[in-house]
Design a protein around this ligand. Structure first.
Ligand SMILES: [Zn+2]
Length: 247
């Protein structure tokens, strides 16, 4: 393990551009449940049901039912970034990593201070007015304190949409995310088993051009065979802290 820690530090030092790709695993250390994990809502409520309701068509047709469900199950408790988030922000500040592409909607990279973050599934702490002429943005507190189940824009009265990618919608920043990953010399995947496309596809594409792929994840991933180093751990924060000390 220690040998691999110094090896990873060496890879980072020698890489002109390092990009980090994160999934749910990095946020479970901050106390956010993994939707797809053992106690996640996908298991509890059934993936079919979640996909049917957290869906752009359902949102448009039945906003009241959508918001009842969304408020009950997709409401994050207030949590602070984990040690891993904080260390990554520090690494970016010191020029050791270029940016982060994340599947998470918890806003924790941004809260930790990371500047170059591409949240491809959006940000659950923000709501947007989908009216083309308006597009006003709101924070969670506006929706929490809204007197009705379905929150509306204070400027044009349009029903607000959570600023997250619903089923049936395209991911955000598809081109930017792909480009950031493919432009890297080293990609470090943290807390993702790389099953969700298109992100998994970007990492696969990256790894066909270069060998410098590192994976930090509890359990196997679909790209383990292509990784230079694989860390199988739940303690990403401690691991990254040790790596950061060697940079
Ligand atoms: Zn509006």
């Amino acid at each position: 393990m220690d040998q691999n820690i110094s090896k990873l530090a060496g890879l980072i030092k020698n890489s002109p551009r390092t990009v980090v790709v994160t999934g749910a695993g990095i946020s479970t250390e901050a106390g956010i449940p993994d939707f797809r994990g053992q106690n996640g809502i996908y298991r509890k409520l059934g993936e079919d049901r979640v996909m049917r309701i957290i869906n752009i068509d359902f949102f448009r047709r039945q906003p009241e039912e959508f918001y009842k469900f969304y408020r009950q199950y997709f409401h994050f408790p207030p949590v602070e970034p984990s040690k891993a988030h904080v260390v990554l922000a520090d690494m970016e500040k010191n020029g050791h990593i270029y940016g982060v592409v994340t599947q998470n909607i918890d806003n924790l990279h941004q809260k930790a201070g990371s500047k170059k973050v591409i949240p491809i599934h959006g940000n659950a702490e923000r709501y947007v007015c989908p009216a083309r002429h308006c597009q006003a943005e709101y924070e969670t507190s506006y929706v929490d304190n809204y007197p009705e189940v379905v929150p509306r824009c204070s400027q044009c009265n349009t029903i607000l949409k959570p600023d997250v990618v619903l089923f049936g919608e395209q991911i955000y920043s598809y081109i930017d995310a792909r480009e950031m990953i493919l432009s890297a010399r080293l990609v470090i995947v943290i807390g993702s088993s790389l099953t969700v496309y298109p992100l998994a596809g970007f990492v696969r594409e990256f790894s066909t051009f270069t060998q410098d792929l590192v994976i930090i994840n509890k359990g196997p991933t679909y790209m383990d065979h292509a990784a230079q180093i694989k860390f199988d751990t739940n303690h990403t924060g401690d691991l990254l802290e040790k790596v950061n000390r060697l940079l």
